[in-house]
Ligand binder design. Structure first.
Ligand SMILES: [Zn+2]
Length: 61
């Protein structure tokens, strides 16, 4: 196991953590059924459809 040469300062860790949190991947795909933005290769959270067929029953309350 590699041993760190020097301890990373609290500020350095926090700067890196903040930089990681800034990166939020945007939804580039939209559902073909309802047009809602959805993640690629994932079921639409709005209507529960995937690849043109209904996969999930979305309960409306
Ligand atoms: Zn949809």
């Amino acid at each position: 196991m590699a041993v760190p040469y020097g301890r990373k300062s609290r500020t350095r860790s926090r700067i890196q953590r903040a930089a990681n949190m800034r990166y939020i991947p945007k939804a580039h795909n939209t559902c073909s059924n309802c047009g809602e933005p959805k993640a690629a290769h994932h079921i639409c959270g709005k209507c529960g459809q995937y690849a043109g067929r209904s996969v999930l029953e979305i309960q409306s309350n």
